[in-house]
Write a protein that binds this ligand. Sequence first.
Ligand SMILES: [Zn+2]
Length: 261
Amino acid sequence: MKFYIATDIEGVATVTGVAGQGMNKDCKQYEFARRMLTCEVNAAIDGLLSAGQAEIIVSDGHSDGTSNIIYEELRRGVKILAGSPRPRQLEVVDESFTGIILIGYHPMAGVENGVLSHTFSSVAIQNMWLNGRLVGEIGLTAVQAGALGVPVIFVSSCKAGTDEAKDWIPGVTTVAVKEGLGRNCAISLHPEDAQEKIRDGVGRAVAKLAQIQPLRIEPPYELRIEYKLESTAEAMVRATGCERIDSRTIVRRSDDIFKVY
Ligand SMILES: [Zn+2]
């Protein structure tokens, strides 16, 4: 078996961030968030290994993809994908992979009580639609994985994020490590309780692998992106030649899901 653990950082237990600040080196909670992410990734690795031998790749996916996880504290034996820019989303995944695990993910922009909710950029993007349906990073990742023939089998996030995952991915196993009381406020599980639930949840997801299929959405794909600023839409049109459908909104079309984002 071969698994890919894709990580973000906003969706780990007890992390709420600070309004107006990204979850980056300047944020008071960033160092803590890195430690929690590392523990949650280890919990997912333990859950995968509880089902038997597995080849595991851990992708450091937040921001520039470097040192958001404390690599030297990860369980031995995994391989770690770090750095940017990368060739595409889900970099090395192909049909030889058994499943994808999402750890520390967050809900799409604009979701009520979505902890640290955003879609790729909290400062630039207002909304994104895939083939007419509002989509965030969880949904888009599941569709991209599906196009590669691999199912997303487990997602951990806040409650709004796990609701979004269940909405997009039939049969996915989820663990909500916290529940938003606002965008930057949550009631969270204790970190160790969250880690235990992730370990058990990933183990359950692997046990019912036969019941989950890759999320196949047939091409053509149309990704509509509404930016917060007209100037961002203008810059995108100049840089990529994409179509602009109103002052803040552009659209990209392709039969290749990796060419629309
Ligand atoms: Zn992130």
